[in-house]
Write a protein that binds this ligand. Sequence first.
Ligand code: PA5
Ligand code: NI
Length: 187
Amino acid sequence: MLLPEGVVIDGRTGSVTPSTDRYEKRLSDLRGFFRDDAALDRAIEAGGDPIAYEVFDFRHADSDLAFGTTIMMPGKVGVEFYLTRGHFHLRKECGEAYYTQSGEGLLLLESRAGETRTVEMKPGVCAFIPPDWGHRSINTGKDKLVFVWFCATDAGHDYGAIKDRGMRKLVVERDGKPALVDNPNFA
Ligand code: PA5
Ligand code: NI
């Protein structure tokens, strides 16, 4: 039987204590998600294949609710800010919430019909991700972007659609500021 417990989440580091799982994605794991492959090669070479983001989970198969953190490093590949892979949930009725703890970023969302929306990520904003909207987070700041996510345990991740054709918009640095631009590679 699962028992109640208090899980300690550090809003600066994103650590989750206790956590049930953790993974990290390095730049080399994100090949195909950035616009510019040559810039990705240069960033991997220059930075020794740095970690782009880490995810901590608190997840139990016997509970319908899971939560955890995502910790995104600051950085760019060419002009494009570090991003997560982005996904739809396998279970289309499953939404999600992203509650930003520190840093600044943009949550980029795309409906199945191709509509784009963004939600600013900054401390105090809890972003609502409706069911069946693809979502990717982007660190547009100079520090770590840390957010807590809450989701159905069995929502599942469908990476295929976004990996294969990209998202319609990219978030790049333009004149020292983040800008949302069309993705020239969108298939
Ligand atoms: O479930 C979520 O939406 C998050 O936990 C993400 O999985 C996490 O932010 C990493 O992003 P992605 O799974 O798109 O690589
Ligand atoms: Ni999700």
